[in-house]
Design a protein around this ligand. Sequence first.
Ligand SMILES: Cc1cc2nc3c(=O)[nH]c(=O)nc-3n(C[C@H](O)[C@H](O)[C@H](O)COP(=O)(O)OP(=O)(O)OC[C@H]3O[C@@H](n4cnc5c(N)ncnc54)[C@H](O)[C@@H]3O)c2cc1C
Length: 322
Amino acid sequence: MNETMTTELHDAVVVGGGAAGLNAALVLGRARRRVAVVDAGEPRNAPAAHMQGFLSRDGMPPAALLAVGREEVARYGVDLIDGRVEHIEPAASEETGYVVHLAGGPVLHARRVVVATGLRDGLPELPGLAERWGRDVLHCPYCHAWEVRDRPLGVLGTGPGAVNQALLLRQWSADVVLLAHTLELTGAERERLAARGVRVVEGRIVRLVSDDGRLRGVELVNGQVVPREAVFVFPQPVPRDALLFGLDCARDDNGWVTTDRTGRTSVPGVWAVGNVADPRAQVVTAAGMGAAAAFALDHDLVAEEIDRAVAEHRASGAALPA
Ligand SMILES: Cc1cc2nc3c(=O)[nH]c(=O)nc-3n(C[C@H](O)[C@H](O)[C@H](O)COP(=O)(O)OP(=O)(O)OC[C@H]3O[C@@H](n4cnc5c(N)ncnc54)[C@H](O)[C@@H]3O)c2cc1C
């Protein structure tokens, strides 16, 4: 930690250096703003070998995208700080915005804050599942199903979303099994699954079976192993939003932070972008949210600067232009 980090007033501090945070920093850096990005280095898609569905970046390793992004923002003088923000509080004076506290004691001062901390995927607690997460235990057909098309696929019935996931997945493979596990399927659901060609296998799942670093199947309580090359689950999205609610940002009925279309929260000067605000955001969407927030945030700073300049202009006794 150097001295400038504790005293200098940044125009914006971005918390989280994933696609959302870095794209916000890129736009703000290019707008000649003084910006710092603090990142704890745990992006959501880190377990996956490849990132799909981002035009011009399809198939790129997730870490490579972030490495390029960090290099790009650094070109515009953005400070990249490896660390974790523990707490943000309003500064004593309104003009100086927020005080951002990092783990271990360092402090940053920011006129505006962008929270881009992402989410954590709450995985079902089944033995053998977490080890294969992002490899052949998958969640998003649009991210991963192409890579396992035409293979024997399973959907784990760990939550009500599993039926729709199985119906959707059938688009990529003719061999889709819904492992009912704890699901109690209605007659209508069974009909839809049968009509779509999805097989239902009853019985509680006891574990996922892997060999030689790849998924082999799903073991049921009766000892049967249903051979599958990949399975899909519906994780519980848990936003990393403690910083936002520490600042008293408003939430919606589901407990997620509320924002306008630019990511502006109910607290002036605080934006929330990417998966912390929207669990559906893919990498490209998260990056877009970061860019949109940066535009709005810069406009907000410009408006404040103009107001201050006008006040100073008047105080100086300068004549009004004719
Ligand atoms: C297994 C898997 C595979 C995926 N594959 C794809 C894919 O192929 N294509 C696709 O478009 N999407 C994919 N996704 C979704 C993708 O991960 C998200 O869309 C994307 O990561 C969202 O970006 P983000 O910037 O909001 O959050 P993240 O990428 O999660 O970045 C948030 C960053 O904030 C940091 N952070 C959190 N809290 C703090 C703190 N207090 N202080 C400092 N830093 C903090 C984290 O360490 C992290 O580095 C996948 C997701 C998973 C789980």
